[in-house]
Design a protein around this ligand. Structure first.
Ligand SMILES: [Zn+2]
Ligand SMILES: [Zn+2]
Length: 125
């Protein structure tokens, strides 16, 4: 017998549509909830997943938190679980600079440009 066995690391995103005030940068943002896991595949069919870890990334400043797995599992099941600050452990601090968005062409940047690098119009800050 010949088995095709592969081990890969996977990532899965979940829906979490709540506006939150970021503890890190103080602006409004959203939590992007995702899970990483190791996956064993047999004949390219994923059949076993383990070491699931849940994370949250803020859309405002890209700060990454480890999420309490109990809350993560509830969100993964589609339940209306609320993420509280005590469920989060910061693993990576994000950038404090806000995203600048050009009102003319929609170009987004975190760099401190005064003029839009795409269309040349001045940014409103
Ligand atoms: Zn933030
Ligand atoms: Zn522009």
């Amino acid at each position: 017998m010949f088995f095709m066995i592969g081990i890969t690391q996977g990532k899965k995103d979940f829906e979490y549509d709540r506006l939150v005030i970021c503890e890190h940068c103080g602006s409004y943002g959203r939590y992007q909830v995702f899970m990483t896991y190791m996956c064993l595949s047999l004949f390219f069919i994923p059949c076993f997943k383990w070491s699931r870890q849940y994370y949250v990334k803020t859309t405002c400043c890209d700060t990454v938190y480890a999420l309490d797995p109990e809350v993560g599992k509830r969100i993964a099941r589609g339940e209306d679980a609320e993420i509280l600050p005590r469920n989060l452990t910061q693993v990576r601090a994000g950038y404090k600079s806000r995203i600048k968005r050009c009102e003319h062409c929609g170009f987004e940047t975190r760099e401190d440009f005064e003029f839009c690098p795409r269309c040349g119009k001045r940014f409103f800050t």
